[in-house]
Design a binder for this molecule. Structure first.
Ligand code: OGA
Ligand code: NI
Length: 374
């Protein structure tokens, strides 16, 4: 009959999600089992799969006439010791933060060897024996080390083809011996570098907002860091799912290290733009809190990661947010930026309230920030 042939059979989605979660082996486990068909729990609804043939993965040789806008790259050379260069850098940061919400930085001071070792450390964590990594598998997000597949597995609209291990690394860093053996040393080393870089970025961003250099640091924007280490195995049917559903980040800024595979895309002026992988660069994006406190001067932009067929892809997102330490501070639009013509657009909130609101919703493609609009 017509209906029987066109409708997928009903299935017990919750039971399949639970069964997958109970393997504690993530999508890496499915990839090791060499499955050829993507289980239904990973099938994304069509509205989340818009234009998933990216310019990078499927270049159209006939379209030479509409070149993609150039993704901003900012050279930080001279930022700390050359006032003229610093001034030029601050202007570029301001422009990229206002128009893109995203940019890459080079000459950021973190050695290339540290970046490479960090990527291989993440790979080693996810590629160690399942029995080893299972010890860290949990959905208790107050744990300082959380390994699982899809933080929003039970709340989001579709599971992503991605596993994640995250480490709570500031203000009170985990020591190498408290971290997984395969990556402890490098996680500790890299996070110390990112904390230093964060200090510089928050100074430059304060200046880009026309505020004194320590303004954002004094608001504790740089104090808490969650280091989120993703692993995206090659996917058997990458056209049916995503590595990460479109979302904006619930933090002040994110410092992202990505490998050479690609697939990260940013929604810029209504179009998905690829973020080109560069081995020496870090990708920086403005998060929702910085949009909120800058009263929309800087924008927190939606981004996503395509599932790939060439992986694994590895990335490390360091989220600068303060929700990891008890922080009663209320964040609202910064007074100095407001005027009669530019009144506050958001109500005040705590980071804890905001993150809870975002996590309850999951990655469903909708904006958390809108819920705080006045
Ligand atoms: C994130 C994120 C992108 C990536 O962790 O919020 O957007 O390339 N990651 O993994
Ligand atoms: Ni993100």
């Amino acid at each position: 009959m017509e209906a029987a042939s066109t409708h997928k059979p009903a299935y017990d989605r919750l039971a399949e999600l639970k069964a997958f979660d109970e393997t504690k082996s993530g999508v890496k486990g499915l990839s090791d089992a060499e499955i050829t068909h993507l289980p239904r729990i990973f099938h994304a609804p069509p509205h989340l799969l818009d234009n998933i043939s990216p310019s990078a993965a499927a270049p159209d040789p006939h379209h030479h006439h509409h070149p993609s806008p150039i993704f901003p790259i900012i050279d930080l050379e001279g930022a700390t010791d050359d006032p003229a260069k610093r001034n030029a850098i601050v202007n570029k940061l301001s422009e990229a933060s206002a128009n893109w919400g995203f940019f890459q930085i080079v000459n950021h001071g973190i050695p290339l060897t540290t970046l490479d070792e960090m990527k291989s450390g993440v790979r080693k964590f996810h590629e160690q024996d399942a029995e080893q990594r299972k010890q860290f598998y949990t959905r208790n997000f107050s744990s300082r080390i959380v390994y699982n597949s899809n933080f929003d597995l039970f709340t989001g609209p579709a599971a992503n083809w991605r596993d994640t291990v995250s480490f709570n690394m500031a203000p009170d860093p985990l020591k190498p011996e408290q971290l997984p053996t395969v990556c402890g040393e490098i996680v500790a080393e890299y996070s110390a570098e990112v904390v230093k870089l964060g200090d510089l970025l928050f100074e430059l961003l304060s200046e880009a907002l026309g505020l004194r250099s320590n303004y954002l640091k004094d608001l504790d924007c740089g104090r808490g860091i969650q280091m989120v280490c993703h692993y995206y195995p090659a996917c058997p049917q990458p056209e049916l799912t995503l590595g990460a559903t479109k979302h904006a980040d619930n933090d002040f800024i994110t410092v992202l290290l990505q490998d050479h595979i690609g697939g990260l895309q940013v929604l810029h002026q209504g179009k998905w733009i690829d973020v080109p992988p560069l081995p020496e660069a870090l990708v920086i994006n403005i998060g929702d809190f910085l949009q909120l406190i800058s009263n929309d001067k800087f924008i927190s932009v939606e981004h996503r990661v395509l599932a790939n067929s060439m992986g694994p892809r590895v990335s490390v997102a360091c989220l600068f947010g303060t929700y990891l330490f008890p922080n009663p501070r209320k964040y609202g639009p910064i007074e100095e930026l407001l005027s009669e013509e530019n009144p506050a657009k958001y109500r005040e909130t705590t980071t804890a309230e905001y993150v809870l609101c975002g996590n309850n919703k999951g990655l469903d493609g909708s904006s958390t920030l809108l819920q705080f609009k006045l």
